[in-house]
Every structure is written in structure tokens, then in C-alpha cells.
Design a protein around this ligand. Sequence first.
Ligand code: FAD
Length: 419
Amino acid sequence: MFDVAVIGQGPAGGMAALRLAEAGHSVVAFDRKKRVGDPIHCGEGLGKIALEHTNYPVGDWAIREVKGNRIRMPNGKAVGLMSPGYSIHRWGLDSKISDDAVAAGTERHEGIKISKVTKENGHWGLFAKDGEVAKARQLVIAEGRIPNIVKQVGLKGNDKLRLLPGLQYKFKTCDVDFPDNDYFDFYIDPMYADGYVWVFPRDGIFNVGIVATNGAKSGLEYFCREQMNVDPEKRILNDLGDKQNGGLIPRDGPIPQFSTKDAYVVGDSAGLTNPITKGGVHVGMLSGEYAAIAIGNELGSGKLVPPSHAINHHELRGQYWENCGEALHPDLESHVWYDRILKRQPWTKQKFVDQSKLIYSLDKRVLNLIGEIYNGRNYSDLPWLKMFAVLIKNPDLAPLAGKLLKIKASLKITETYGW
Ligand SMILES: Cc1cc2nc3c(=O)[nH]c(=O)nc-3n(C[C@H](O)[C@H](O)[C@H](O)COP(=O)(O)OP(=O)(O)OC[C@H]3O[C@@H](n4cnc5c(N)ncnc54)[C@H](O)[C@@H]3O)c2cc1C
């Protein structure tokens, strides 16, 4: 009997396994992939702040530093989102976190898909196609975007129909007509419905990808041809030998309840992706860490307090940890604490999810006017006079002011939790 079973070894499940094994618990982890991290489902961008929030060290999976993000409007003008980050080898990050968990004592099984979980006599049984593979007191569900196990423990998963498809190609920088600089660029345009095209610079390579509900392949290939002057067939293989990579992203915000007695849902399984960038590695790792705290308390190795690196982070300290009072009382049941602490995070609030969608509802003309107003400035540095001048010239756009402020509020949260 293990203390904890973790289903899935993406960043969320890897982080939960790592922290629980470090705390001395017996942990068993499963991933249906033959090799953790392979294939890649990612644009491979990560904010530095993700590592600060989880106290996880940068490694050789980080291949290039970037200064921040630029949201490019159809007219090419940009709004900045200047939180620095890295272009990463995503398979490298996933396998490193999971290997660290193994080094800390986790028993890992790759190539095993858990098809069923049951709870009997107060413990979980995990089943694969050939029968039971483990028993455990506590369960972490880190199965990613498609909810199978989540539903078996009585919680509501993401709606499969509301997943956003993504696709990515890689090009050598010398093969494309595009400036190589230290920014992640996002191209927002209604022609990429509900999403955007990204260009992430790497080591002599660009990652060029898209999320969109109206045809990812056609949108991406249009961008390659029209904006980068390159035939999509010139794309190169990634490190794992694949000619493209992609996947599905939860797009509707978090599931209604993150935990039930002895079972904790983390990462994409819990719908924890940023609705603007669609990034989910950072918040996946964070949720894995919080699940480990809650489970540690349940198993008697720790208390229900957020980790000191989270408390010491000014953004969190000021807004969320002080004056929590009864809402996060250390005598709460562990799974209730986990559910509540996630619901206190700014990135799980419905208001944030709703505000984040606004940017994708604007038409080309409005997006271009926002580009005119900001013209390269950071999102936080809204030039009010310029905004009023634009509104006077375009009186039909008066509602734009209110929308712009809401979008600005959603970008503030994205700056801290976007990747
Ligand atoms: C095209 C694309 C681009 C993206 N770009 C970025 C980006 O640049 N930056 C960013 O931060 N995020 C990005 N994301 C989102 C990010 O990849 C996810 O949010 C992140 O992987 C979530 O981590 P996770 O651990 O919750 O889930 P996952 O990484 O999906 O891991 C889940 C794991 O569970 C395993 N599994 C599933 N079911 C079972 C089972 N029944 N039994 C055993 N194992 C199982 C899977 O094999 C998988 O390894 C992107 C996503 C896509 C699709």
C-alpha cells in the first residue's frame, strides 16, 4: 500500500510526486506515455516567475531567455506584457521534474495507462488493462486535458467539446524571413478564432504555433507563408523526431471543484490554463505543489500552510495570504483547504476567465486601434490621452474604454501567471 498514487507525469503530477516523495511519503506514479514528456504538447514557453513560485531550479532544459511577451495586433502594433521567461525543451522539463521525483523515492511506471480507480475500505485501487497495479491512501489526478479518472472520483471534468486545438511547427531561423529577437510574439487576429499565432525564438530555431477553433493547420500555414515567407514544408523535425506537435487545451477555466476526500485534481485535469496565453505549465506545477501540502497534512507530515516561497512573493503576500482567517484555517479538512486555496488564486476566478475572453471577441478594427493606442508600450502603461483622442475620433467605440480596462486587468494576472 502506497501513501500516494499519482496518475500522470506532466509538470503537475511530476511536481506533486516530487514534493510528496521529498517529504518522505511512499509515492507511486504512472504515465501512459512510454517516456515521460514524449511526445510534446507545448509551445515551449515558460515564465521565470513559474520557477520562483514553485522554488524549482532552472535547468539545461531552458535554452534561451526572453525579455517578455508582445501581443501583436493585425496592423503589427504591439502591446507589451513584459514578464521575462525562457524558451524551453518541454520534454526536458517534464522528464527532469519526474526524474527528480524518482530520485527522491517515487516508484515510477511509464507506459501504463490507468483505466479505472475504485475506493474500498478507505483506500484507492488503481487498475490498468491487466488488472490492479497499485493501492494507495491518497490520489493525485494529473491526467491532463481529457478527463477520465476525474469523473470516476465523482468530480466534474473539462468538457471535451470545449478544448482548444493547438499545432506547432519548427523552422530554422535562416530559412524564414523574420526578425530574431528576445521576445515571445503573439499575433491576435479574428482570423485565428478564439486564439492566436505565436512565434517563440530558440537556439537558431523558431517555434511557430497556433491555437484556434476555426482550423489550426490552415491558419498556421497561412501565417508561415504570408508573415514568415516560408513554405510550411520547410519545417524541421523536433528533438524527438516529430514533424509537428500539438494537442488540446482546456479553454473554459477551472472545473467547479478541485478535490474530494483523498483525491486531488491538478493541472489541465482541473482546467488550470491561463485563458489568454493558454499556458498551463506554471499553474500546473503550482497546483501540484498545493496538492502535496494538503496530502502531507492528511498523512501527518506537514501543516496546511502555503510554502514560504509563495508567502514571500509580494504579489501573493499582499493579496491572498494575509487575513485569510477562517477561509483557510489550518484545522480544515485537507481536501477542503486544497479546493479553497486554489479558488483564492486570481487565475481561477470566473471574473478573470470572463475578462480574458474579451480580447478574443474584438474585431480587427478595434484590435488595430488598441495597437495604435499602445504602440509598443507595456499593457500597464495605458496612455490615457491617446486613448481619449482615439475615442473622440471614433465615437462609436465608446464601449471600448470599459473593455480595454477589463482586458488590462486580465493582462495583469496573466503577467504573473500566464506561463
Ligand atoms: C499546442 C500546445 C501549446 C502549449 N503551449 C504552452 C506553453 O508554451 N507554455 C505553457 O505553460 N503551456 C502550454 N500549453 C499548455 C500545457 O502544455 C499544459 O497546460 C500542461 O501540459 C499541463 O500539465 P499537466 O501536468 O496538467 O498535464 P499534461 O502535461 O498533459 O500531463 C498529463 C500526463 O498524464 C498522462 N496520462 C493521461 N491519462 C493517463 C492515464 N489514464 N494513466 C496514466 N497516465 C495518464 C499523459 O500521458 C501525460 O503525460 C500548451 C498546450 C498545447 C496543447
